[in-house]
Every structure is written in C-alpha cells, then in structure tokens.
Design a protein around this ligand. Structure first.
Ligand code: GLU
Length: 287
C-alpha cells in the first residue's frame, strides 16, 4: 500500500512572509493537496537570536488569510529533547568535537554546502566544542523530483556540524522534525538543494527512511536570494489575489481566465497545478 503523501512548509520566524517564502508555501501546498495529502506547518524557531515569537504568530495568521490551513502546526523549540535523544543514537565513532574558531573557519574554502572543513580537530579527541559528523561515507548525488539527478563534485564533501555549543544545527533538527512529522515529501526552495545530501546522510546513520525531495526555483534580486532580513517585503494579505497571480505566473502555470476572487483563483490553481511547467532554473529574477 502506498503511504499517504505528507508535505510541509517550514518557515523560520525571523521576519514576515515575503513573496519568496509564499512561493514555497504555495508550491508545497499545491504538491500536497494535488496528491490528496496532508500539508503540515513547521516553525523553525530554535535559532533564538533570529526567531521572534510575534513573527511565528504572524506567519500562522498570514497563511490563514491566504486560506492555506495547515493540517498540523509544529514548533521546533518544543523538540529540543528529541534532538538530544536522536543525537545520542549516533555512534561516537561517527562524530568528533571541533574547537576551531570562527575566524579559522571563515578562511576555509567554500563548498556548495558551506565551508569545506580540513579535519584539523579529527584526531584531537576533544570533549567539548561543536560536534561534527564524519562525512567520508556520505553520498553527494541524489535524485530531486524537480531537477532530476543532482551531482555534487566529491571535492565538496566535508565533515559538517550537527550541534554547536549554542544548540543544534538546522541540518540535524530538520531531519528529526521531518521524521517526527512523518513527512514523505520535502518541497522547498532551491537554496537548500545542497544541504540535502547531508540530511540524507544523517537519515542513513539513524536508520530513518528518507523522504522524497523536490526543490523549486526561488525569487532573486540582482542574483541574490530575497530574504526576510533583506529585500523581502512582507506580503500584504489584502493583496492576496495579485500575489497568487504573480506566483502562478512566475511558475508558468496556466492562469485561469475571468476569475475575480481569491478563493476561486486558489481552487483553480490547485486543480490545474502542473509542476512540469515550473522552470528548471534555480532562480526567478525579480524585476
Ligand atoms: N526554515 C528554513 C528556511 O526558512 C527552511 C527549512 C526547510 O524547508 O527544510 O529557509
């Protein structure tokens, strides 16, 4: 029997939703509902410095105003114990502590998924610091449901951080969250494509079945992803009709004709959702 499709949208509450994050919300929603699935919301709020409680509430309300109603709401901040329990499941042989300074790390070559660590601390047997997962056995290629086979040169392989002194890394938490929320399909922006092999590798180490991954093009301005802290202006729910129109156009969907109201537009967009029309480029230039 096929498992029921369970998708998700996982915004970080470091600001209001903007056109870029709304695109992820809609694409993940259309994919889930087109497959008669569930669509869950995860608030990525463990990064306390960047997360603000009022943004989490605002995000939930904004989605509701766009008639995107999640089947479950999950807060990362309520799962710290789970992260620790799963971290304990990893064999000590697979991890080591690293006390390299930020400055040292900044001088490392940058790979597609962050800096490429030179294993300075591998043999030091430290008892404190940031915890790295040894990546020798990590497979870098994976199949993306939108872009096809993603190939990453092996020179980008790096032992990566799963826990810092301040807390767990996004890479690690996300794996546990997707598992706990029983996510079968991860749909998210192409900026996260290259973190996927690391997540698949953690799943393998924990004996967890990997969900399917689908990345979609993201909005960029002057070649840079628009972000909450940067150029991403908050979406105004009163303009939801125009916003959905803009997103559908940018995703090359058939725009239903003669529709004047938002709920009809959303219903039609869902009925005629066709992911094969979405561009295979990694970003959509904003003008
Ligand atoms: N919270 C992450 C972000 O807002 C997305 C995480 C994910 O979809 O895996 O960029």
């Amino acid at each position: 029997m096929n498992k029921r499709y369970i998708g998700r949208f996982a915004p970080s509450p470091s600001g209001s939703l903007h056109i870029g994050s709304m695109t992820s919300a809609f694409v993940s929603y259309f994919e889930a509902k087109h497959n008669n699935g569930l669509w869950k919301l995860r608030i990525d709020d463990i990064d306390e410095e960047r997360s603000k409680k009022n943004y989490a509430e605002e995000i939930i309300i904004t989605l509701e105003k766009f008639a995107l109603i999640p089947d479950e709401i999950y807060f990362q901040s309520e799962h710290i114990k789970d992260y620790q329990n799963y971290l304990n499941e990893l064999s000590e042989k697979d991890t080591y502590f690293c006390d390299c300074s930020r400055k040292t790390l900044q001088q490392l070559p940058q790979g597609l998924a962050g800096s490429i660590y030179n294993q300075t601390c591998l043999e030091k047997n430290l008892k404190y610091g940031a915890m790295r997962l040894k990546a020798d056995e990590m497979k870098l290629d994976f199949y993306d449901q939108h872009y096809g086979l993603i190939k990453i040169p092996s020179s980008h392989k790096s032992d990566f951080i799963i826990k810092r002194k301040e807390g767990f890394s996004y890479i690690f938490c996300c794996v546990i969250d997707d598992y706990l929320q029983k996510i079968t399909h991860v749909v998210r922006g192409s900026d996260l494509t290259y973190s996927t092999p690391q997540q698949i590798f953690i799943q393998k180490k924990l004996g967890i079945i990997s969900p399917k991954y689908m990345h979609h093009p993201i909005f960029s301005l002057n070649g840079k992803k628009i972000s909450k802290s940067d150029q991403g202006e908050p979406v105004i729910p009163e303009n939801r009709f125009e916003i959905l129109m803009q997103i559908l156009k940018s995703l090359h969907q058939n725009i239903p004709k003669n529709i004047r109201n938002y709920n009809d537009l959303l219903t039609q967009a869902l009925t005629f959702w066709d992911n094969s029309k979405v561009s295979k480029s990694f970003d959509i230039a904003m003008d």
